[in-house]
Design a protein around this ligand. Structure first.
Ligand SMILES: Cc1ncc(COP(=O)(O)O)c(C=O)c1O
Length: 380
């Protein structure tokens, strides 16, 4: 019999939409969370060279020293924060890093506080660790910024972790420094640990990104190569681990993960050396697409209530359109545009749709035309 833990894990609706969208070949995919860029050429060449050089064995569970040093240097260069390479654990993607953090922190019944909306998979990671989820609602009119006071009210004696994400999926909100440092204080006062998913760092358009490590060493940072370097299928990420947890996390990684792929780790070093102008170009492209979609959504008479500042998502309230958000998503799909129903991202997002702009501008324009035509039929 399937364990209660596994039975409690909810499906990911975006994947369901993707499956249905793939039954047709003319659908425009605004439901995907996957960059449409290729990784930089040097990254690919480095992986191939590394494979040819025979770097196909296991590595140390915590990762190759050169990559761990390169990650530590990246924090110094990007945020002016000194990170001891001993605190860096390389993982096969950000998701296994999240698993390690939850496994290292959460005992049965411990509480993890997160925002609603939130990345769809977060509650499932907490459930797999036998923890309890508490959510703090966010508001579009406040740019989906967490309110520090709400978190202070939500934490209690059982709170072990605050699980945060910026730039955020599904809202595209970028947490400001004051909020992030306020949440660090809330965690410290409650004897809890901040766990911050920074996987969309590098993809912000109008906002300054802050790593939680600017405010404390007593935090887990989850990050990886999937998003800003467009390396989703390469499976490479890292965790910056609080000093007291380094050995426990390493033991977990040794047992559960063995290691991230050897030659992919070499490619990771090359990715971190990507010239800034290439990343600027990627950012400029996403920004143009965001502006295109934001304007279109407003033209449809939907008040976004905020400007998404990062990642490649926006979350739009469709409660004024006929039917519920699932019906609207179905109508959009019939019109040839796949989007993700908000219900994946928490109760607060149930009347919303998430649009991803990780798709080229021409396709986004066609999607907008299709939705324009569809909405014209319902008088919008
Ligand atoms: C917020 C967030 N965290 C983590 C991930 C997974 O990243 P990775 O491919 O590094 O496992 C995603 C993927 O969409 C995400 O949106």
């Amino acid at each position: 019999m399937v364990s209660q833990r596994a039975a409690d894990v909810t499906p990911f609706m975006a994947m369901d939409v993707l499956e249905r969208a793939n039954e047709r070949d003319d659908v425009i995919h605004l439901e995907v969370g996957e960059p449409d860029f290729s990784p930089p050429d040097r990254v690919i060449e480095t992986a191939v060279d590394s494979l040819r050089a025979g770097h196909t064995n296991y590595t140390a569970a915590r990762g190759k020293p050169a990559l761990r040093r390169a990650i530590a240097t990246y924090y110094d260069r990007t945020y002016g924060v000194a990170v001891d390479p001993n605190r860096v654990v390389v993982t096969p993607g950000t998701s296994p890093g999240l698993f390690l953090a939850m496994a290292a922190l959460v005992d049965s019944g411990d509480e993890v506080v997160l925002t609603d909306p939130h990345y769809a998979c977060y509650p499932n990671f907490v459930r797999v660790a036998d923890g309890e989820v508490t959510t703090v609602p966010l508001d579009a009119s406040e740019g989906f910024q967490p309110r520090v006071d709400d978190f202070a009210a939500a934490v209690g004696p059982d709170t072990r972790a605050l699980l945060l994400n910026s730039p955020a999926n599904p809202t595209g909100a970028v947490m400001d420094g004051e909020t992030l440092s306020g949440l660090v204080d809330v965690a410290a006062d409650a004897g809890a640990t901040p766990v911050v998913d920074e996987v969309y760092h590098g993809l912000s358009y109008d906002a300054t990104e802050h790593t939680v490590l600017e405010y404390t060493d007593d935090a887990f940072v989850l990050d990886g190569f999937s998003k800003r370097f467009a390396m989703t299928g390469w499976r490479l990420g890292w965790v910056i681990v609080p000093p007291d947890y380094v050995e426990a996390v390493n033991r977990l990684a040794q047992n559960v993960l063995i290691c991230a792929p050897n030659f992919v780790q070499d490619a990771g070093v090359a990715a971190l050396e990507t010239p800034a102008d290439r990343l600027d170009e990627v950012r400029a492209t996403y920004r143009e697409r965001r502006d295109l979609l934001v304007d279109a959504v407003e033209d449809w008479g939907i008040d976004l209530g905020y400007t998404p500042q990062g990642a490649y998502y926006l979350l739009a309230d469709v409660s004024d359109l006929p039917g519920d958000a699932l019906d609207v998503a179905d109508l959009f799909l019939e019109a040839g545009v796949a989007v993700t129903p908000g219900v994946d991202f928490g109760d607060e997002a149930a009347e919303y749709l998430r649009f991803s702009y990780a798709t080229d501008a021409d396709a986004i324009e066609t999607a907008i035309d299709r939705i324009d035509d569809l909405l014209a039929t319902v008088g919008r």
